[in-house]
Write a protein that binds this ligand. Structure first.
Ligand code: NAD
Length: 473
């Protein structure tokens, strides 16, 4: 599939294969773009800036047309997303509909200028102005959701963009760009495909004003270094290793289904997934056995395009190896592995990982201390809650955390002292809510997406001061 640059198809659309991660069949090819394509995209986006930044009403009308054209092609997009990413088709629909809600919210939201002072002598107004050309770099786990968290706020506020999807799940993003280019002015949304080299060309390009990046912490650090010489603005949504902390009065009947869903949805490839569960020692056996029972009744692992499958493969071979290595290390450390769900992938060659819960590990074992980003969940015993929270706060990540207890006030008190971007009580994350800002602290990144805070990340603040009466001093 080709890129969209300056409103039309661009380049060869060949060079890199995109495979279905369940079957390893090649679905399509994309181009490994070079500097010429990136320069072309930057100049198209720069040329489009002034006219696009001129009228908010024109932008809202064009974005309504984006909603219409994307809804008309929902079936095609859902099928494509499932095939390239691996997720069940029903979950691909959920991703598209959640993304449409983000689009709707940014179409409707009111963004008035803020009058700071107005009197007979002067008018002082704080105005949001577009930053300029934004580079949007997205990963492969929720390609459409994560793009939507960046794109709609960016173009509603008058920026133009260059999108770089991940090479192992680029097709739905490319098709989305093709579709919106049938209704947007040319040059507003451009794409370039490829891997780290193309990403690096964007992050260092003098014609790009800001980068919004979602991906791993290591790559986020590389993005920051690459963007430094041109002093770009940055939004970095990076890795996480979200803890769920169960207190001794937790209601397991309601908690267990939510814990399983949050840890294993999208085969665990969710930045905000529960990545480890901390449980008072006396409750560990109960928690593990209830998780295994719940998963037995609800989880079928196989090809995402088969109707009864609830959990697909992981998206690519590199990720499969990361998860398998972490589970092997957990076994070496004496961890006890409990397999979950029903496997329907024995005859498939793809990147499948059998979902597991692992008990018997300590805080410093790799599966607990590192982000697995896959379907392998450690359930870890603790005896001292304060010591546990102090340990978690001393770790690198700070994306989300959750506290589970029948006593809300007690859970909120524990939550208060956890250093993370989002802290939940008796729930954990869920689909992005357009009006609630989202982002990390510590090495999970900085900046916010969604809501009005998300608008701050894609705009510059301009203070306009108008003198109305000049008085001799
Ligand atoms: P990744 O960092 O390898 O890649 C992300 C994107 O960056 C891809 O498009 C990739 O091609 C591009 N890229 C790679 N090297 C680059 C470079 N040097 N310069 C510029 N771009 C570069 O991440 P991934 O493996 O695709 O995704 C998994 C990671 O993403 C996990 O750590 C996960 O927690 C994180 N993630 C975070 C969030 C969040 O919102 N905080 C959401 C989803 C995923």
């Amino acid at each position: 599939m080709k890129n969209s640059i300056n409103g039309g198809a661009s380049g060869s659309g060949t060079g890199l294969d995109v495979v279905n991660p369940a079957t390893l069949e090649v679905i399509d090819t994309i181009e490994d773009c070079g500097r010429d394509a990136v320069d072309l995209a930057v100049s198209a986006a720069r040329d489009a800036l002034r006219p696009w930044a001129t009228s908010d009403e024109t932008r809202r009308t064009a974005m309504r047309a984006c909603h219409t054209v994307l809804t008309e092609h929902e079936d095609e997009l859902a099928e494509l997303l499932s095939r390239e990413q691996g997720k069940p088709v029903a979950q691909a629909y959920q991703e598209l509909r959640g993304s449409a809600r983000i689009l709707d919210w940014y179409i409707d939201v009111s963004l008035p200028d803020e009058i700071l002072r107005e009197n007979e002598n002067e008018l002082v107004v704080a105005r949001r102005r577009p930053i300029g050309v934004l580079g949007l770099v997205v990963p492969w786990n929720f390609p459409v959701t994560i793009l939507s968290m960046k794109l709609w706020a960016a173009i509603r506020t008058g920026n133009t963009v260059i999108v770089k999807p991940a090479p192992t799940a680029p097709l739905t993003v490319l098709r989305l760009a093709e579709l919106v280019n049938t209704v947007l002015p040319r040059g507003v949304v451009n794409t370039v495909t490829g891997g780290a080299d193309v990403g690096q060309m964007l992050t260092s390009h003098p014609g790009i004003d800001s980068i919004s990046f979602t991906g791993s912490t290591a790559t986020g650090a590389a993005v920051m270094a690459s963007a430094a010489p041109t002093l770009k603005r940055l939004t970095l949504e990076l890795g996480g290793n979200d803890p769920a902390i169960l207190l001794d009065d937790v209601d397991l009947t309601t908690a267990v289904p939510m814990l399983v869903r949050s840890a294993f949805h999208n085969a665990g490839q969710v930045c905000q997934a529960i990545k480890r569960v901390f449980v008072p020692t006396a409750l560990v056996e109960d928690v593990v056995s209830q998780m295994v029972d719940h998963a037995r009744a609800t989880m079928v692992i196989g090809r995402g395009q088969d109707a009864d499958v609830t959990l697909g493969p992981v998206n690519n071979g590199a990720q499969q190896k990361i998860v398998q290595d972490l589970v092997a290390d957990a076994v070496d450390q004496g961890g006890k592995v409990h397999e979950l769900g029903t496997a329907r992938f024995d005859a498939l060659p793809g990147y499948f990982v059998r979902p597991v819960v692992v008990s018997g590990l300590s805080l410093t074992d790799r599966l607990v201390a590192e982000e697995q980003f896959g379907p392998a969940l450690p359930v870890v015993a603790y005896d001292d809650l304060d010591a546990l929270v102090a340990h978690l706060n001393a770790e690198d990540f700070g994306l989300d955390a959750s506290v589970w207890s029948a006593n809300e006030a007690r859970a909120v008190e524990v939550a208060t002292w956890i250093h993370a971007g989002q802290v939940y009580v008796n729930t954990h994350a869920g689909p992005p809510d357009p009006e609630i800002p989202f982002g990390g602290v510590k090495k999970s990144g900085f900046g916010r997406e969604l809501g009005l805070r998300g608008v701050d990340d894609v705009t510059d603040l301009q203070v306009l001061k108008v003198a109305r009466a000049v008085r001799p001093s």
